[in-house]
Design a protein around this ligand. Sequence first.
Ligand code: NAD
Length: 254
Amino acid sequence: MKLLEGKRAAIFGVANERSIAWAISEAFHAEGAELAFTFAGEVLEKRVRPLAEGIGSILPCDVTKDEEVEKVFATLKQEWGGIEILIHAIAFANKEDLSNPYVQTSRAGFHLAMDVSAYSLVALARHAAPLMEGRKGSILTLTYMGAEKVIPNYNVMGVAKAALEASVRYLAHDLGPKGIRVNAISAGPLRTLAAAGISDFKTMLHHVAERAPLKRNIDAAEVGKTALYLCSDWGSAVTGEVLHVDAGYNIMGM
Ligand code: NAD
């Protein structure tokens, strides 16, 4: 029997075939999960629809719009009755806030990054929880080391990821009694659409390859495999964790 046979996963955050959420979807599909994808805006629909074709349904959802979030979960309830897995692989900040000094972050830029990148997990978890009751649900989000240490140019996104990681722990506490686990993967840098917004991203990749214990960068499929562990029965006693998938980079002091 496959690892995720009979499990249904709602995947938020596929933009294209480079997306971390797509690598997770491929790993889940190979292990028998049923998938539903969301997309944010018409431009991305054109990218996501052909990817999803044949392996899952697609639904619109901009996480800053409460009515779209509500509609996705109402549709999932109607079509599936419930879900076992929620993947949250969503982040956004204004481009200037990922290049200017952090001290220049505007109130509006701070709110936007927090809303899309951190609060959205809380909103999605609140809607997913009733659909997961009695099903050993698993919620997984994506974070980055910029939450823990200063990474030049990551700026407001690092602060949003710190809030996201704290939310993982609070949500794990709230939802644990319902049998729902909440975890995060802290991935090493990967060339994706979101990463293209971070100034000097190439330097991050070189730096990791030089300094990480494994002397290389990671690939998205490695995040997919770890997601499989965390969201399947293999991770049944793991909740509230932030698991680094970064070739060991985060352990280094010098
Ligand atoms: P990506 O661009 O493929 O995915 C980001 C997703 O966020 C996109 O699908 C986009 O549509 C979605 N999104 C942005 N604003 C949204 C909104 N208002 N409503 C709904 N969706 C919205 O890039 P990715 O690198 O795969 O990013 C996925 C997650 O992984 C993000 O949380 C990112 O911070 C995190 N992460 C990325 C890296 C990296 O180096 N690429 C490293 C660690 C963590």
